[in-house]
Design a protein around this ligand. Sequence first.
Ligand code: FAD
Length: 318
Amino acid sequence: MANVLVYVDHVDGAVRKPTLELLTLARRIGEPVALALGSGAESTASALAEHGAVKVLTADAPEFADYLVVPKVDALQAAVEAVSPAAVLVPSSADGKEVAARLALRIGSGIITDAIDLEAGDEGPVATQSVFAASYTTKSRVTKGTPVITVKPNSAAVEAAPAAGEVEALTVSFSEQATGTKVVSRTPRESSGRPELTEAAIVVSGGRGVNGAENFAIIEALADSLGAAVGASRAAVDAGWYPHSNQVGQTGKSVSPQLYIANGISGAIQHRAGMQTSKTIVAINKDAEAPIFELADYGVVGDLFQVVPALTEEIKAR
Ligand code: FAD
């Protein structure tokens, strides 16, 4: 069976959920070989083996310490040369997409970004994408070189599938560009304690209807009752009510959670572009004609200032 190289996103050895999802998809195409880099790379092995990795390639070097992109590309290239995979799968984070694009260029391959599904095909893996502000769903495959495919978080279920997960050290020779950039300073953002927006299983978003920064407290309360991330429409972000890092949409982040709850959001095409692939969409809006109801699975026509706190109380009571 062909190898499928999976790029591992981890924090000090703790594997992030999108990587485990990639392992589920990789098993549809072949045998997953994982590549974990940097501090804690070896500690990822047991989680990766539990989810189907037949082999875990690891590499640690000072070059990986600053989270720079080029050293990762150097390592991925070395891994591609070592295992000749049928495809390379990378999580669709901002970082992952840059790494994937540079790798594809290096190895002369085609690339597909932001896939939402993946299946085996007679002529190579077939990726599903949601394109043009989610107006179309396309299926495509790479026709040149080793397919490099980035996959959006929440595109597949995490499935346990015990495998050998044999750890093997990968030798990486760093390119000249690897030292061409230096991190000068790093300021960690204060953590909200909520899940990362693009990876969250549930996202609760607020729009212009929230009517003020202080009112986002009721959106946050609902989010916290569900263990969800908080999103915002551009109207809410432009008004200064919520940070741009939480904006969902064409010029914000793209999310694909199991559940998306839109509060006081009209459903403009640019907002849809970032959330339309959510599995279940709930809209709370006082205007029964709001376009968001066209794509919502469940809708509540009502004033969010009454509906949202009542919903939060009900969830907390369970
Ligand atoms: P509105 O469209 O004003 O809708 C507010 C909704 O709240 C209304 O439906 C109203 O009925 C409802 N409401 C009001 N009060 C209440 C209440 N008390 N209870 C319940 N409901 C209530 N937008 C994004 O979101 N993300 C993007 O990334 C993005 N990128 C863009 C890129 C470009 C190039 C352009 C041109 C636009 C972009 N936009 C984006 C903006 C987009 O077109 C919309 O203007 C924006 O999404 C509207 O945000 P909204 O739904 O919060 O506000």
